[in-house]
Write a protein that binds this ligand. Sequence first.
Ligand code: SF4
Length: 416
Amino acid sequence: MIKTPKSLRLQIGIFGRTNVGKSSFLNMAAGQDVAITSPVAGTTTDVVEKSMELPPIGPVVFLDTAGIDDRSELSSARLGKTSKIFDRADVAVLVVEPDTWSDYEDNVTAELRKRGIPVIIVVNKADIKAPRAGFAADKSDRVMLCSSVDLSGRDRYVTELKRHLIEACPEDFLNPPALIGDLLPAGGTAVLIVPIDLQAPKGRLILPQVQTIRDALDNDASAIVVKEREFVALLGKMKVLPDIVVCDSQVVLKTVADTPAQVKCTTFSILFSRYKGDLIEAAKGAAVIDSLKPGDRVLIAEACSHHAIEDDIGRVKIPRWLRQYVGGDIKIDVSSGRDYPEDLEEYRLVIHCGGCMITRREMLSRIEKAGQAGVAITNYGLAISVSQGVIKRVLSPFPAALDAYLKSSEDKKEKR
Ligand code: SF4
């Protein structure tokens, strides 16, 4: 893996009315032509993503949106995509023209404020007209003048943009929650069980596995990677037992059976539930599985649109395990990629993947949407562990989440 994945980059949403120069601004910031720019209103027909290094901030991705006030034929599809940027952006750049502030800018800043997304206002086209003193100063603490076509000023504009970005950068980006490091003493060992089957990509490991290895190394611990069939033999050869065993959810039953009781044991998916989302909420959501009844609707949500294989975990295995566990037919829908439904009320439960391809903000936004709809949400690792009867063991490294699961489970039993 040579490039930093998009999910680990600071996501900068660029908003602005049609033809205020959003794409020119992106080109200027990136130093190259990444979006189509044209004086004809509404040229940007989709979200254009541009990944780049912006030292000292590090890897970022700019998300250039279609103008929300666009009235062209494509506008409703474009609008849908633009509104999804609110779910993804860690920081927003609102590009405006000098002395022009309309309902559009009010609506965008209101939505950003509601979601706690910091905004940098870029007053563009300063080469054509200088804004009046103090323009937009009451809208944000971060306002900068810019001319995206005056490239002689590029260094100055980019330096100012970076200064605002550093100030606005969310704490989560600078100090993300622990993945595995806090579960390992310095000098400790994690054993990672990685099935190499049909679903495993040729010639590489998947992102959750790579990130877990990297986090163990960052915390001065060791990571030993093994397939499930070699795990017991490996344990036999180890003079000191590992501090933790982490497995793919699909082999959790066998892993739990093979792992000595005194060794912590969990799944990649559960590590990611904590790292990307909210493990306590996911643990509460997992308790809903015990009260599912035939006929209930469940949404399986995947954050990327990978090619589904014959025995796909989201489409085949989890539905099968759930139906066996509940003892009847559960209605299951699947959403993938960025098509997470807006309307979740019809579901009893959302079971989300680990979300390795999306940012923590986007995952938290999905959890929030479920909460607003009054629908419980959990994740693959937790749901599979409930259906296989090992949930208490795999949540034991996270006492607060285990308590939340047990309490929620008790509450549901009492209500029945
Ligand atoms: S389905 Fe989810 S966990 Fe699996 S690779 Fe895609 S984003 Fe990552």
